[in-house]
Ligand binder design. Structure first.
Ligand SMILES: [Zn+2]
Length: 312
């Protein structure tokens, strides 16, 4: 099988090069009361950063990307609206399966990253006939975390640098797979959501399968709760998840304090706007778009596609 290796050099740097470039002048002024060393570091970091991005771009030219509409019969622009009652039925079915298939097993993050990446690479190769190999490095901090406090992780589109901001428990394999899908060139949130889900669901690894199933339930519950942050805990409580799972569902969306809520609302609006500017439907693609996508795909009758197994 054809193999393309994206170097992702920036991801192996001890610190995020973009963060270094952003903060070096400020740190240097604070620590040394001088701006010159900071500037020099900034220029050096930017040089390596753009060098790495350019090299990745060069290697990426031969990548054949998945045509979502052709393969799944759905994409960002082609989604059927899932009726609420169907959504609630699916939640009941998935919760039952999640409760029955529960595993408390966890993998250390580096091991998890390698496992998730292997399945994602295999899954995509199964459709495109091409293995796109990328770095499995993950950071635990990035400046983006301070700017987008509601985000669980981030992928820098230019360098492929990935950061995971918090321990999300059962959701971690999904969050990692989502960021890795970005790293493999799928920038749209809906596409990253879908690929992460399908790859984990088809993995045969109970930890990854559990994550796919839980993410699907989690996104349904967010849609059902709507914009009201107080309704989400109620939806979670009513879902009937076993306690070991339920705590992860409440932990992933804590009710923010008053100030945090204002910042979050503002930054979410900016983020939503940025998504619309890049040909997406906005922040709803994470939950409404994602669940409507799976609904559209699974409902479409033409089953002659290289169909990934849905978690069921
Ligand atoms: Zn994303």
């Amino acid at each position: 099988m054809e193999r393309i290796r994206i170097p992702n050099d920036a991801t192996y740097a001890p610190l995020s090069l973009l963060d270094v470039a952003l903060t070096a002048p400020m740190v240097s002024r604070l620590l040394f009361r001088a701006s010159l060393p900071g500037r020099a570091i900034q220029v050096a970091a930017l040089g390596i950063y753009f060098g790495s991005a350019a090299q990745d771009w060069w290697e990426r030219r031969g990548v054949r990307k998945i045509d979502f509409l052709r393969v799944y019969g759905a994409d960002v622009r082609h989604l059927d609206e899932m009726p609420e009652e169907t959504r609630r039925q699916e939640v009941r079915r998935l919760v039952e399966e999640a409760n029955d298939g529960f595993t408390a097993e966890r993998l250390p993050r580096p091991e998890l990253a390698a496992e998730v990446d292997r399945h994602l690479t295999d899954y995509i190769a199964g459709i495109t006939g091409q293995r796109v190999e990328t770095s499995t490095e993950i950071r635990s901090f990035a400046v983006a975390q301070l700017i987008f406090p509601f985000a669980l992780g981030a992928c820098d589109f230019l360098s492929g640098d990935v950061a995971i901001f918090k321990d999300t428990g059962v959701f971690e394999p999904h969050v990692v797979a989502h960021e890795f899908a970005h790293r493999k060139g799928y920038w749209k949130e809906l596409e990253a959501q879908a690929l992460a889900y399908f790859a984990n669901a088809a993995s045969g690894n109970p930890i990854l399968e559990q994550s796919a199933r839980c993410e699907r339930v989690h996104r349904h519950l967010r849609v059902l709760a709507g914009d009201d942050p107080d309704r989400y805990p109620t939806e979670v409580a009513d879902a009937g998840l076993r306690s070991e799972l339920e705590k992860h569902f409440t932990g992933i969306r804590p009710v923010p304090g008053a100030v945090a809520a204002k910042v979050e609302t503002l930054m979410k609006r900016l983020y939503d706007e940025r998504m619309r500017l890049t040909g997406q439907n906005g922040i709803q693609d994470y939950d409404l778009g994602f669940t409507n996508f799976l609904y559209t795909f699974e409902r479409s009758s033409s089953a002659q596609r290289p169909a990934p197994e849905a978690v069921s």
